[in-house]
Design a protein around this ligand. Sequence first.
Ligand code: ATP
Length: 486
Amino acid sequence: MANETNNFSEIIAHCKEYGYIFPSSEIYDGLSAVYDYGQNGVQLKKNIRDYWWKSMTQLHENIVGIDAAIFMHPLTWKASGHIDNFSDPMIDNKDSNKRYRVDHLIESYADKLAHEGRKEEEYALLKRMDELLSKDDFTGLRNLIEDNNITCAVSETCNWTDIRQFNLMFDTQLGTISGEADKIYLRPETAQGIFVNFLNVQKTGRMRIPFGIAQTGKAFRNEIVARQFIFRMREFEQMEMQFFVRPGTELQWYEYWKEARLKWHESLGIPVEKLRYHNHVKLAHYANAAVDIEYEFPFGFKELEGIHSRTDFDLKQHGELSKKKLQYFDNDLKEDGEPYGNYIPYVVETSVGLDRLFLTVISMSYAEEKWTKEDGSEDSRVVLRIPAKIAPYKLAILPLVKKDGLPEIAKQLMNECKESFYTFYEEKDSIGKRYRRMDAIGTPFCVTIDHRTKDDNTVTIRYRDTMLQERIPLSDVRKVVMEKIS
Ligand code: ATP
């Protein structure tokens, strides 16, 4: 198709116009970095989540799921290191009072260099930033910002404070009495709900190592620079899987999951050239290897998923603070001729943001298309080429006119199909307008019921991606759509 574009601000507007994403509490002018999913968004989000859940649990007999509470005992966050370490280096501009995450400030300047074709300078800057971040060298980072004359987007000055750490956890009170002792946190990641349930699941599920526990759910972070739509929000959803393995085998499993997760994104329909690995230079306090899978969003390559080899850090820490033995007795070691006994398993984690994956799917699917028709006139459309298996609606059923018994045939077809997949019924407007609306929502198939249907029981099926139309028997519609979406 000629003239395709992919513009981020248009994608955001499209999401709102077609019921995918709305700013939170919009009638009160919204809440910064918080969004609501609309009638089509919630369905797409659910389909992505289900696709992940099925691939993790149903397709792996050694992975089970849980759903832990958002509130957890406050010691959880002491043990995990979040109270002491879950902070980012921040810097304030003294003229605008605007606060920035240091790495974001430098990265956006690096993006600017890249846009100006100054690739070598960009590379050198990012390399230097990684070196300084890995040493927590805040003076060096501040010098780097000043030496490059990196300015605030609001004041446009380079008048910066010192760099300080800022904890990202939201806290609240349990019960009615306020005080430090009752302070609890909104979980900043779902992973800890899995670690504290390690023994419960292992024992009640008779799980044998290697095995995994999967969970999806909300997480909360008081992000300082929350921007880029649903890419970075203060309330978001994660899909995490912790895979428990024998000590010493963790790096093999890390490689396994690194590859498996990239393939999974491809299986969802994400173009391979838009995905890449980014190895961590500075490892988190719990990890001995870590990589991000990045996607090329309209604003550049950014993290979509993290794969971390978390060692035995979390289980060991929870064991120490709870004074419970979070260990595994490995019967299989004897068979394998290894020393026999208890150990604390090592963990490989895969952690993907559901909202970021949603943004990935929308970004890769959105296209503005223009073409010249056979008669020489121009035509155009905006289409969401969402992979059929995760599209909110699979089939639109459109009676050509609102009379002559056509709506009745259409409703009957809808009743036949709706047990199997989501259908959309529409009888208003011209058929051309209805097709365009379905393109914009991303519905992969439309079926039109016309007068011929009454004579020969055939319908026109129209394919969203090619816009091709063909005549098929009415009785085949359900089967044809099922074949394409499974
Ligand atoms: P970033 O460096 O972008 O802040 P992170 O490395 O802190 O991300 P993780 O702690 O590894 O992220 O979380 C796992 C996944 O959760 C990320 O890969 C991302 O997809 C998602 N995620 C993290 N923070 C947010 C957020 N504020 N909004 C939306 N998704 C998020």
